[in-house]
Design a protein around this ligand. Sequence first.
Ligand code: GLC
Length: 466
Amino acid sequence: MMDSKSIHRLKVGVAKVVIVGVEKTRGNEEGGNPWIWVVGSVEVASGAVVNYCGTPVGTVAASDPADEQPLNYDQVFIRDFVPSALAFLLNGEGEIVKNFLLHTLQLQSWEKTVDCYSPGQGLMPASFKVRTMPLDGSNGAYEDVLDPDFGESAIGRVAPVDSGLWWIILLRAYGKLTGDYALQERVDVQTGIRLILNLCLTNGFDMFPTLLVTDGSCMIDRRMGIHGHPLEIQALFYSSLRCSREMLIVNDGTKNLVAAINNRLSALSFHIREYYWVDMKKINEIYRYKTEEYSTDAVNKFNIYPEQIPSWLIDWIPEEGGYLIGNLQPAHMDFRFFTLGNLWSIVSSLGSPKQNEGILNLIEAKWDDLVAHMPLKICYPCFGMRGMAYNHWPWSYHNGGSWPTLLWQFTLACIKMNKPELARKAVDLAEKRLSVDQWPEYYDTHGGRFIGKQSRLRQTWTIAGF
Ligand code: GLC
């Protein structure tokens, strides 16, 4: 039973703060633990909110008071804020989300340069920090300043391609959940959408409708061999095109853009459904591919060598179900399973209904590999060696670590595909450990049993996702 002090703390917490979706499902339970973590998560989350000139504009990536070297985890990351934003919106608190959308919009037109080169204007930062600076010419007065990172300080100097895509998706969610469509109709907001789309839809030398990016341009923001056409970016791209089509005001100035969006949407979904999908049948086809075929009607269009089918996959692929591979380029299929890309393909309907069902079947069949003790693996399997960076030990961090923030996308996919019991199973697992372990960023080992070697604690998107 809860004592009256705990009940009071809970009520105060719920009234004040944000990330409290949990208390609804747990509200009637008796017994110690669930209440402790509800109160705990509320308190933790309240410490994560960042203010700019007195108004809330986002949440820091992690707020572990014991962390002496927060690096950039004290910044507001665009992708990390999305689950926080959804929690705020579901809790009827739209203001912080609106502020976030408008302030990041201002950062979009920031003048940015990396060694004298200026990237495109629609680029959204990976993260920003609010700095308090002395006000010019006044004694002792200070002002808040927004300081964005467009990749110029990021490890590896990588452009955050996913930021603009998440921004569009969040803008749509804001409109749908608050009913405040006036925000998306504002001239500056419409321009912001157009600038992001122009960057993504610019013609290059590409032969495919998928978006070409460098390594580390998304949630896996390090060198992990995901350069080219990674699934996660394609799913977010597809989703943001669909959202933009709903939000763009059609007039003479935008009608060509809307036509380009429509063309791209159908070409992209055809390409992914046709060429990224693998299941037992498809792998058997690839296994028997002829190579070096010349002609427009070649069966093996991308000249994939059957020897590229990794040995782990031959035993791993279940009889039922399948998944979308991580990446596809000429003569190269990355067969690794990337969780966010697959889940967001379900959520955005990039995959066909049958494929979407197949992905959840595969997750269920491969539960011990993809979930085990902590949902969910960021990718499967890991590289046997240290991945491509010093802290990428096998089954750690981006190299096959388990990231509890992925729970919200998984739950969303399960709800959409009418399999809530699967999500419940994962939530039950996470519930046992997350608050006791202080909301780690990621877990290590094949089964996700240990808190990650260099994992932050009180990671905001772990809390918000849960
Ligand atoms: C790590 C993650 C990235 C996240 C950042 C802040 O670099 O890979 O996706 O945005 O931490 O939490």
